[in-house]
Design a binder for this molecule. Sequence first.
Ligand code: NDP
Length: 314
Amino acid sequence: MQETRDTIVVGGGIAGCTAAMYSIRYGLDVVALEMMAPGGQASTATTIENYPGFPEGIQGPELAVRVHQQAANAGVEFITTEAIRIERTEGDLWTLYTNGGDMEAISVIIATGAFPRSLMVPGEKELRGHGVSYCATCDGFFYRGRTVAVVGGGNSAIEEALYLADIAEKVYVIHRRDELRADDYLQKRILERPNVEVLWNSVVSEIHGEQAVESLKLQDTQTGESTSVQAEGLFIAVGHIAKTEWLHDTLELKQGFIVTDQLMRTSQPGVFACGDIRDTPLRQIATAVGDAAIAAFSAHSYVGQWKSEHPAGG
Ligand code: NDP
């Protein structure tokens, strides 16, 4: 086992790098764990136009590398390894088991992220970034006056459809059942919009287009019948998958996401979470960096308190 750190940040995406950078600036002895290439979700985004400070937009991978570099310049040590398990150990410390050995810390900040669930249909992978999107807030702007479709019937899908209805000329909502899962107030709002049409009992079975999305093949979930709709954008909002399996029930989760309070404190003392891994209604780079700054602030307070209660060091 290595020396006891003040803080271990798990995750090398934008949230993790920001949390590590803030932690080091708070004077904490911090190490950040990352699995592979830096960047997390942001590194798969194309142009990011809604993150302040980049009036011309910035490519996702470039922003991810810049944030990583900024953390490294601040003195953050990055270790490439996979966290496997976390456990509260003697002396009110946390042990993190990784495939590169065990590590011990007073506090842990979890920023392992989430990824949008995909439809796994032909054309989805090929046209990702060319009409297929998982974030209307990020990409909706490109579809002013055009026809788009949103897949899903939950709160995310309906919020995305409402957002797009203000921009696009026509929005199809494609839902696999005959009733929406979204909250009543959202349902009421979407059904009132004249430029929104809900295609009930329908799934997207194929996405077509040469250079970009042109049309969608739909299948009726009750009759099996196939139809086609023209759309230039397809926004897939069928949920996210959180990267929390490795926590093995150590923390309180809601639908797989870590429950935190406003100070990013989880259900366990000394463990904080930030970014897409949190149970939150909005998953954006702007929210991730805000969460991360607060998580580092909270970790700093916790470590200070811990040290005053454990003058001999645990
Ligand atoms: P949800 O799991 O709530 O909804 C996912 C939707 O996608 C469901 O309608 C589901 O259909 C559909 N779906 C799932 N898989 C497929 C598939 N393979 N093909 C077609 N459709 C599919 O996810 P959300 O991201 O919408 O929300 C996640 C959580 O975040 C929820 O708790 C939600 O309430 C919360 N949230 C809250 C917001 C708010 O309060 N303003 C905003 C956004 C999210 P079916 O209904 O048939 O299962």
